[in-house]
Structure formats: C-alpha cells, structure tokens
Design a protein around this ligand. Structure first.
Ligand code: B16
Ligand code: MG
Length: 217
C-alpha cells in the first residue's frame, strides 16, 4: 500500500529555524522590539509576511507599506547570508536515511514548506532529487495553519489526503496537517506539539521499521 510522505523543510530537514530566529530578532531590534524563544515558536511555519505582522503586534508598532516591505527584504537578505553557509552536513540526523529508505520502497515523497527559499535550500543540501514534488511558499497563497500547502502536495503526488503522513516541527504546521485530515508527526517537544498524532525529538528516535508501521496506519 502506498502513502504520501510530506516533509516540512525548516526544522524538519534542516535547522534553518535558528537562522530565521537570528534574522527576525535583529530586525525586531532595529525597530525597538524584543521577543523571546517562546514567542519564536509562534513564528515557525508562519509565512514571512505574517511573521512580521506578528512581531509588529507584539511591539504595538506599525510601519508604512514601504517600510514593511523593506524590512521584509532586509530580513530575507540576512537570512540568505546564513543559508549560504549550509552544506550536506547540515541535514538533520536521520532524515537523509529516512528519505532514501522511502525511495527504495517506492513511496511518494513531497516537500510542503511555507518558505519561498525552499528550492535553493534543498539544492545546497544536495537532496532536491529525492522529492517527487516540491510545494513551497511560491506555490500557495494560504499560509499554515491553512492546509493548502499539504493538500496541494498530496494532490500532486496523487495520494488521498487521509493516506498522507506529514512531518512537522511547528504548531501551525501540525494544525495544517490535522486540518487536511492527514497523519501528523511532530518533530520537537511533546509539550509544544501536543496536537500531533505522535511526537519525536528527532528521526533517530523513531522506532525501528517505523516506515512499515506508518504504512499500516
Ligand atoms: P521564507 P517551513 C517556514 O518554513 C519557516 O518555519 C518560517 O519560520 C518562515 O517564516 C517561513 O518558512 C517563510 O520562509 O522567509 O524563507 O519564505 O517550516 O514551512 O519549511
Ligand atoms: Mg518548519
């Protein structure tokens, strides 16, 4: 039996979440706003536009449209400078093997990311070819927790939504997977991702033959 395996990018395949955090914090500081790690959880999986809106709301600040756009561009520039340092070594533990195993088993694989930078990041990591389809922030209009990114990925794989498994590190992403009627696997802390069907701290913590187990769900 085939399932659709859909992977989030940031925080699941590679820890670019730390780059986003650094770049957003620098930007927030430049407008006199400070935010903590807990608030940062709320930015994970959230689109660039919505992230800046959230940060401004935390600081009770407003920007003109022009300033807003220039701040977003500034953040992305800083972020991309950090992304440029990525290599294959930065793929998170266990993910590469997991993807290779899925491929060997002939299971359909998709990327479902909110990021507009997903394609160049996969290229830097050298794993673009492992995905049958890539759906990212350049392909969808509705951001997570809306399920659009995952339903689009499932449709492109040709797999019914209920037979898809989503790997996510963010609250918004887990909610998106659940809203799509998919199996949600959280990567991170149980406390934060309690809405997911299962949570693991990393791919290396998953039980042996986990793929076979998932295929029977
Ligand atoms: P960009 P994911 C998300 O990627 C990140 O988690 C989130 O923090 C970021 O703001 C969003 O992508 C947009 O990224 O600025 O590169 O377009 O976790 O959905 O892979
Ligand atoms: Mg993520």
């Amino acid at each position: 039996h085939k399932k659709g395996f859909i992977f989030d990018l940031d925080g699941v395949i590679v820890d670019t979440a730390k780059f986003h955090f650094v770049a957003w914090q620098r930007l927030a500081k430049s407008i006199g706003i400070d935010f903590n790690h807990e608030q940062n959880e709320q930015l994970k999986g959230v689109s660039r536009v919505n992230s800046l809106k959230k940060i401004l709301a935390w600081g009770n600040a407003t920007l003109s449209e022009e300033e807003f756009n220039s701040k977003m561009a500034q953040k992305n520039e800083e972020y991309l400078a950090l992304v440029d340092t990525l290599t294959t070594d930065d793929i998170l533990p266990g993910v590469h093997d997991f993807l290779l195993e899925l491929r060997e088993m002939g299971q359909p694989i998709a990327l479902g990311s909110a990021s507009k930078n997903a394609r160049p990041i996969l290229k830097k990591l050298g794993i673009s070819d492992l995905f049958d389809t890539i759906v990212d922030g350049t392909n969808v209009t509705k951001a997570k927790p809306d399920p659009e990114v995952f339903t689009t990925a499932a449709d492109q794989l040709g797999v019914a939504h209920k037979y898809c498994v989503v790997f996510e590190d963010s609250i918004a992403g887990v909610q998106a997977a659940n809203a799509a009627g998919m199996i949600s696997i959280g990567l991170g802390e149980q406390d934060v991702l309690h809405e997911a069907d299962s949570v693991y701290s990393s791919f290396t913590e998953m039980p042996e033959n986990y793929i076979t187990e998932l295929l029977m769900k």
